[in-house]
Design a protein around this ligand. Structure first.
Ligand SMILES: [Zn+2]
Length: 269
């Protein structure tokens, strides 16, 4: 299928080169990945409205969202459901994106979620997305949406950023300060929590104050987020996961949920 027939040896070589550099480029993220509780604790406390205001320009964000809607008109209206690697390959093929979805067995293992590279003259005619399918299918689909966010952002802004965008499992903290990364996360977040669902989970009492905030998730909101992820992807935290990995996924879950909360609270998206 699309996955195999489109795969050229030049692209394979490029993927291998990029993977081989991952441990150097992501030194900081890999250190953070070994102490997952720190990132979790920090992100759980942070006010995402303030973070988002600082990093993302509202009008640029709207342009990016409009561009994504040319591909998925139902973004933020309907639930984006997890897809198999073959389904993701079909979507990518329609958009003229090289997709490589494979179990990553390198030294960083589960620390790597994937990466995005825009076109590179001579080497790459089309953009490239790599997904580490060693992760839970729900996480793989979220990684895909994040990388699609890069794809659209690159189109809108005319700049893809600096070469390869690695996505490390403990990189959520760093995404908060980087406009291109946070914009990509916004797309993934809107796909995971369309507006009707976001309004249900993050319902705010009318008298909670004039200044929007998205800091500490209520127990009730957290329970709904966990239930939603479980119903949608079959994912839950349990004894089957090593503790570090549970922390990583929990951090990702809280990160995307709080980002979604901030988008609703601040921009009514
Ligand atoms: Zn990224």
């Amino acid at each position: 299928m699309a996955l195999k027939s489109k795969r050229s040896s030049a692209v394979d070589t490029l993927v291998e080169e990029i993977l081989a550099r991952a441990h150097k480029v992501g030194r900081k993220e890999l250190e953070a990945w070994k102490k997952p509780q720190c990132e979790l604790r920090e992100l759980a406390r942070l006010d995402y409205v303030r973070v988002m205001r600082r990093t993302l320009d509202y009008h640029a964000l709207c342009t990016i969202i409009d561009e994504v809607k040319k591909i998925w008109p139902e973004l933020n209206r309907e639930q984006f459901r997890p897809k198999t690697p073959n389904q993701l390959a079909a979507i990518s093929s329609d958009l003229r994106i090289h997709l490589q979805a494979a179990h990553y067995r390198g030294p960083e293992g589960m620390a790597l979620r994937g990466f995005y590279v825009d076109k590179a003259p001579k080497v790459l005619k089309h953009p490239l997305i790599y997904l580490n399918t060693a992760h839970h299918p729900g996480a793989v689909s979220m990684t895909f949406m994040h990388e699609m966010g890069h794809h659209v952002t690159a189109k809108v802004t005319g700049r893809a950023g600096h070469g390869v965008h690695y996505f490390f499992n403990a990189g959520h903290r760093n995404h908060l300060g980087e406009p291109l990364e946070l914009a990509a996360d916004v797309i993934a977040s809107l796909a995971a929590y369309p507006q009707p669902l976001a309004r249900r989970i993050f319902a705010t009492p009318w008298n909670c104050g004039l200044v929007a905030r998205a800091d500490k998730l209520s127990d009730q909101a957290f329970a709904q987020i966990r239930k939603h992820a479980c119903e949608l992807t079959g994912f839950d935290f349990g004894a089957s996961l090593p503790p570090g990995q549970s922390f990583n996924y929990l951090t990702g879950m809280i990160h995307y949920a709080k980002l979604r909360w901030a988008l609703l609270a601040e921009y009514e998206l």
